[in-house]
Design a binder for this molecule. Sequence first.
Ligand code: ZN
Ligand code: ZN
Length: 224
Amino acid sequence: MLLKIDLHVHTCYSYDSNISLKSLLMEARRKGLDGVAVTDHDTVDGALKACKIASEMGMKHQLIVIPGIEVSTKRGHILGLNVTEPIPMGLGVEETINRIHEAGGIAIAAHPQSYFFKDGIGLSPKILSFGLDGVEVMNSALFPFKPLVQACKNFAEKHNLPQTAGSDSHVVEAIGLAYTLIDAEEKSVDSIIRSIKKGLTTPLGTGMPLTLRIKKLFRSRNTV
Ligand SMILES: [Zn+2]
Ligand SMILES: [Zn+2]
């Protein structure tokens, strides 16, 4: 089955987002998503709570919540998906990826090419040795959007790395602007993670409109 999942969303558990857990879940449903990965900066607290609220709200069969984290490494941001324990910030990229794997998750290079914010790990071939499971080729916060997405796609294709997409929402309106179409056997976190690892993914979506970028700037100064 094909599932539409926004694989990069922040909540009020990130210092630079005001999205409440309940409004995240409601908005994701309203936008027609099959799931979201909650990836707050350096914490899994919001993700764990979102999983709990989704099951309390009886959303289990409608909306899959993938617990995750966006780890601030020495060199840039790494998304850990299917991670339910905190991964320390400030470690090297390779060690962070190892920690994510030890925690049972997969590691995706978040917005590897974000020139303005300098918090991607870059697209140099040396990142290939780090054991990444995929590259977030489409991130709605990237600017200029199209050329950066294309550069990330070219890199992932050349090196045969799975491609993901996420909105990187810090405000509720941005949820679902970009999402990953995932060909999964069933609507479950494990099945979705397996399909991402196999590269059964299609990144889709758009960049953030200017109005939302400005709104987001008021919430965050140096991060995406
Ligand atoms: Zn982010
Ligand atoms: Zn980031």
